[in-house]
Design a protein around this ligand. Structure first.
Ligand code: SAH
Length: 220
């Protein structure tokens, strides 16, 4: 039996490779970070979508994951991850766990991932999926990510995958000096992804891409 024959047909290995080449590294998409590309070629995205949608897991778009939420388009995951400039020693906070896919991608690039999801059953499901698949350096919290996770602050990087109408001050405070935050801000029709860099008391921010994330909810 050759090495190829031993690859289970359901692993979607070829689909993932094609996703990386055509949706991420291709001219016009221009994801350059080789560590990010390598990780996106290995993390099994199909394990993070509903079974009925498994065969669409590697298409160039978002997919529904239940509870009115979505798993982001692969390109958006890669773009935001590249903008964070993840280092192997980093401790990263994610707001909006959703399926857990973005957390899984980060988990292979950094030391520790902390992720917060406001919809409790989604948080529990992502936690179980991440554990089942061996992403052991990810901690999941069910709660309102607007407040961050002060017990584990400061973070080297913060990634927000739901859109508030302003940048939450608690998150700025929980970012270490020199740290980076990637966050979508604004209503659906007029939303921009921002890259923030903290330098002492100063926060530098720039809009880097028009995007469409679900709104950040606030706990009652
Ligand atoms: N990163 C996810 C996709 C995020 S979808 C993935 O890889 O699949 C956005 C998620 O943000 C949704 O699951 C939504 O419930 C969650 N969310 C919305 N407001 C939130 C808040 N205040 N705190 C934490 N999570 C929130």
């Amino acid at each position: 039996m050759s090495v190829c024959d031993s690859q289970p047909a359901t692993d979607f290995f070829a689909e993932r490779k094609q996703m990386v080449e055509e949706q991420l590294a291709a001219p016009g998409r221009d994801i350059k970070n080789q560590r990010v590309l390598n990780v996106m070629a290995t993390v099994p995205r199909h394990e993070f979508v509903p079974k009925a949608l498994e065969r669409f897991a590697y298409v160039d778009g978002p997919l529904p994951i239940g509870y009115g939420q979505t798993i982001s388009q692969p390109f958006i995951v890669a773009f935001m991850t590249e903008q964070l400039d993840p280092k192997p020693t980093d401790r990263v906070l994610e707001i909006g766990t959703g399926s857990g896919y973005q957390a899984a991608v980060l988990s292979r690039l950094v030391a520790e991932v902390y992720t917060i999801e406001i919809i409790e059953p989604l948080a529990r499901r992502a936690e179980a999926d991440l554990k089942r698949l061996g992403y052991n350096n990810v901690k999941v919290l069910a709660g309102d990510g607007y407040q961050g996770w002060p017990d584990h602050a400061p973070f080297d990087a913060i990634i927000v995958t739901c859109a508030p109408d302003h940048i939450p001050q608690p998150l700025v405070e929980q970012l270490r000096d020199g740290g980076r935050m990637v966050i979508p801000v604004g209503a659906l029709e007029n939303q921009q992804l921002y890259l923030l860099q903290k330098h002492g008391m100063k926060v530098e921010q720039q809009a880097i891409l028009p995007v469409r994330f679900v709104p950040m909810r606030r706990s009652p």
